[in-house]
Ligand binder design. Sequence first.
Ligand code: SF4
Length: 427
Amino acid sequence: MLKEANDETLSFVINELPEDEEPPSLHSSSSEVRNDSLIKNGSQINQSEDDLISSSAQSASFMVSHFPGTRPEEWNDWKWQLRNSITKFNELSEFMHLSEHELNASLNNDYALPLRITPYYLSLLSVNNPDQALRRSVVPTFDELIFSEGEASDPLMEEHDSPVPCIVHRYRDRVLFLVTGFCSTYCRYCTRSHMVAKEEKSKTGTESWMKGIEYIREHTEIRDVLISGGDALTLSDNRLEFLLSRLRSIPHLEFIRIGSKVPVVMPQRITKTLAGILKNYHPLWMSIHFTHPDELTPEVAQACGRLADAGMPLGSQTVLLKGINDDVDTMKRLMHGLLKIRVRPYYLYQCDPILGSKHFRTPVEKGLEIISGLRGHTTGYAVPTYVIDAPGGGGKIPLLPENYAGRDGNFVLLRNYENKIFRYPDM
Ligand code: SF4
């Protein structure tokens, strides 16, 4: 419960936010989103062209072939991208030849995560090759329904470290603030699939935010907040500014970070207006989730350039994925490409053992091999830190020789910063 003294402030603040500024409903299909308040208010395109990201030749040609009649300024509007995202297999089958494995997935509704792909990201997917890296990362397959030993819905036990609904407080001086359960595109290997896109678990309305903000205000040891979700950049400008301004008013909070995949799957969201808003809340850093060098398009370069020009230090986070980016050459191309668009490679994550993730997970030795293939072979800025988020809540453990404590059968033994040993299922 919030302290009584703050209840007045809370109701005042909540009333400040118009209803139509809520993010889209977690389970919105594209047609439902098409009818949302953004349209009802007639505000679907209210940005000047200069504010928008301009499309590349590839996107423009995809738009003409697959969304005939769409104007470039619609395509380049992030709200249009959200409204027209693909959320059903029958819609997807109009864009690509689905493999048997993907078709089998379409017969089932038991997935931890729904299907959702923005038209922009869809334009990067192969029509005929189900093994293409980007396609595998966002199109569900039947493999997600096969559960293996060592997997869990919340392997990092984030719910265990959650003192109030949208806060995860694991490390003393910093918290994770889960502000929405919605993403513009769902990654099939998502660590947070236990809460993402789940109304009952994503307690992320304004009232929950205020409880989270109060928690941070009351805990003076917290100096750093990572805003994540879901994806916070799917919130409207007003909602984001509301959140950032409340956080920035907390005197002991030194540093705010946003974790997002939006600049990669919906770069249109990075309008000049948004960059101008973010600029007001420094020090503000951003960790951007990249998977593969094919994501480094002219649109993404523009989006990252705008964020960097707004003074935001940008870092990348990449999940190591079998058959997608698990070789030195792919990883080197990604890291070099990131530096060119002003993003500093930050973390390379071992894929977390969420339910149905075996087809994505590589042996830990593969990650060590990739780091060895980068370190010394290219500029140090291009080498991310390879980490495992220890199952059971042990936190991130960098994979360096001193942290790799050997094997016990199908488990890798890892030593964390407190010299405790954790077992990571590597099977
Ligand atoms: S963008 Fe992040 S939170 Fe959303 S599905 Fe992908 S990994 Fe999960």
